[in-house]
Design a protein around this ligand. Structure first.
Ligand SMILES: C[S@@+](CC[C@H](N)C(=O)[O-])C[C@H]1O[C@@H](n2cnc3c(N)ncnc32)[C@H](O)[C@@H]1O
Ligand code: SF4
Ligand code: SF4
Length: 482
């Protein structure tokens, strides 16, 4: 097999990996043929940005138009009325989900655990059969393209092995229910067989955790000697499986936890990740974009950047990363009209730039240095909560991933009730969101909330203006979940 679409040094790395005994065994044992025979393609999902807007307009348009007819002209009051979920779920109305996060198990094969891992244990009560039941329940009369995005994390989800990616596994159950799936993994168990299984089961995206291109720095953060090499091995296995099956999925994405130990690596780490991308006939590959996640958790104070360090990161270090990005665009011969700065082309790479902040870089850096990077981006209301949920291994259900980490009272239990049923019963709580636990709001949900608010404001302006020429407001996000 050739790896001509990759740069020279990475192609060599892939050749060596492909020559490994484990790949030989996978091929000889028929795993590649079997994966090809049962190959699924990821589905389209409902947009996480659009769904809350559609739902809120459907619920509140009549009331808001009534307010306008009665003479109300205050934009804030109208946006508030349009953006407020009902305190009681309307009878006969179905719940529509755009995102379901599932923490399958807190168990992890990274031993010792990563130095920053701040997972709090819970009882492991959900069995694979329980998870399959939850996923099958998502099917409820969804049309093609309307299913949710299902995000598997842990602990380490690949420890579920065939229960996750095999025949009858969770990925195939979710696919049958209309969902597209993502797996967040440390990649240690990303063997050739696992890689073939994930691709074959139609996985849409994978988030692989990698914090730096420097093996010794990575090993000190995550699990000790040899870990960086093992992650690279898993990445190569996945790229080989994609090439063998001739597909572009799953999109390979990198989660990088931003700490004082890897912040200065960012420009060279970016260069390294870009060197792993395949060249495509048209446009740039979407593989190896990265989420920079500011390290969270009280116990990680020493690892967190100070306010000055955050400012330096988003100015000096950011400028060096921008040079790397510009060089890459030149090298890839990106046409001038399709080029752009890093923050524009890969906005979710920066927790500061991806969302409008109520403050400048210095103010954001002060809150981020205290472990609250979401604080200045929160909208006055949470618009997304009833369209998303997050489940823990004890079956407890939370409004979102941020809540599942900070753990207020769960909104329900999925051992005994459906995800949708719990949302219907607890929708009254949404009026109190954002609440005291929302300082852990994820970058993605901050961006969705902001985009929904902009779309609702735009709608109000159009309704207020008799000619329908509302003044344009901010950015309105589109597309899937990154
Ligand atoms: C808890 S892990 C579970 C999935 C898998 N075990 C892994 O590490 O990729 C989910 C993500 O959270 C990130 N993470 C872990 N501890 C963190 C912390 N204290 N702050 C921010 N992100 C963290 C990891 O790097 C990983 O990308
Ligand atoms: S691999 Fe993931 S779950 Fe395991 S210790 Fe590291 S961050 Fe935590
Ligand atoms: S953390 Fe709060 S504001 Fe953010 S999505 Fe969750 S409930 Fe909404």
């Amino acid at each position: 097999m050739g790896f001509d679409s990759f740069g020279e040094s990475h192609a060599e790395r892939l050749e060596v990996r492909w020559g490994g005994a484990d790949w030989w065994e996978a091929v000889a044992g028929g795993a590649v043929e079997e994966a090809g025979r049962s190959l699924l393609t990821p589905r389209q999902t409902v947009s996480v940005f659009a769904l809350p807007v559609t739902e809120l307009k459907d619920l509140n348009e009549r009331q808001v138009r009534g307010m306008i007819e009665a003479g109300e002209r205050d934009e804030e009051r109208l946006v508030a009325a349009l953006g407020t979920w009902p305190t009681r779920w309307p009878a006969g109305r179905r719940v529509r989900l755009s995102f379901l996060g599932i923490n399958l198990s807190m168990r992890c094969d990274m031993q010792p655990r990563c130095v920053y891992c701040n997972q709090q244990p819970v009882a492991e009560q959900m069995t694979p059969a329980d998870w399959r039941q939850v996923l099958a329940g998502l099917a409820a009369a969804e049309a093609e393209g309307e299913g949710p995005y299902v995000f598997f994390t842990g602990g380490e989800p690949l420890l579920f092995a065939e229960e996750l990616w095999g025949p009858g596994g969770l990925l195939r159950t979710a696919h049958a229910a209309g969902a597209v799936c993502n797996v967040n993994t440390n990649a240690l168990a990303l063997t050739p067989t696992a890689a073939l299984g994930l691709v074959s089961a139609g996985l849409g995206r994978v988030h692989i955790s990698l914090d730096t291109h420097r093996p010794e720095a990575q090993d000190a953060l995550r699990g000790g000697s040899g870990r960086w090499q093992q992650v690279m091995r898993g990445i190569c296995n996945l790229q080989i499986a994609k090439a063998l099956l001739g597909v572009q999925h799953p999109v390979i994405h990198v989660n990088c936890v931003l700490t004082r130990r890897n912040a200065d690596d960012f420009p060279e780490f970016l260069r390294f990740l870009l060197s792993l991308r395949p060249r495509q006939a048209e446009g740039l590959s979407g593989d190896f974009d990265m989420h920079l996640i500011p390290v969270g958790g009280e116990q990680n104070r020493e690892l967190r950047l100070t306010a000055d360090e955050y400012v330096r990161f988003f100015t000096e270090t950011g400028a060096r990363a921008e040079e790397v990005w510009q060089e890459y665009q030149t090298e890839q011969e990106v046409p001038a009209d399709q080029r752009g700065p890093l923050q524009e082309k890969v906005p979710f790479m920066s927790p500061f730039h991806r969302v409008e902040q109520r403050g400048d870089l210095r103010e954001w850096a002060e809150t981020a240095a205290q472990g609250r990077p979401a604080e200045l981006a929160l909208t006055p209301r949470c618009y997304v909560a009833p369209t998303q949920s997050f489940l823990l291994p004890d079956g407890s259900q939370y409004w979102c991933g941020g809540h599942a980490t900070s753990r207020p009272e769960p909104l329900g239990q999925v051992r005994g009730a459906g995800v949708a049923e719990n949302i219907q019963r607890s929708v009254g709580q949404v009026a109190c969101l954002p609440g005291p636990h929302c300082h852990t709001c994820a970058g993605a949900t901050q961006a969705i909330n902001r985009s929904v608010e902009n779309a609702l404001r735009q709608t109000v302006r159009e309704w207020l203006s008799p000619e329908g020429e509302g003044e344009a407001v901010g950015e309105v996000g589109e597309g899937g979940f990154e």
